[in-house]
Design a binder for this molecule. Sequence first.
Ligand code: ZN
Length: 180
Amino acid sequence: MLWEKESILVLVKAAPNWSKKYKKYEICTAGVGETAGWRRLYPFPETITLKEDIRLWDIIEVETTKPSDDPGSESRKIRNGSVKVVDRIEDQKERRRFINSLAEPYLEKALEEKRSFALIEPTIDGFKIVKSEREPLQFTLNGRLFRKHPYGDVKLIYKWSCPKPCRYCKDNPYTTRCFD
Ligand SMILES: [Zn+2]
């Protein structure tokens, strides 16, 4: 397997999700590379996030390779033991500049490029919190407890549109559940 060393600014850490395949919690972690644009790192074991104390705005160095089972162009697998935090953006103004430079007016460009990530400054049309049933605890074969979505009993639901309407939101706003 061909591994490539990349520096990635971490901008997304999803809520932990139980992986049936890997039998542990994975945290989909994403960000932007120095030249590569968006990168989605998966599987990304929760144990690495905790051990390396990876936070949003950290710059990590990681060895990655293209997965064979995920056609998304920005997806990468990470090499075991290769993740380390090398720097961090702390300054609020610098963060704001960064976010502004990444923001897109709508989803069209991401759709064209078959990307699964885009940063949109949404127009919020509504927000509600819905309490729902907690899913039952499940056990792995070796007795470990897990829930598929550990935060599944609270639903945060946004209605939003792209600031410049795209083909999907021009008539109806999106309804998106936020998991984090
Ligand atoms: Zn849209």
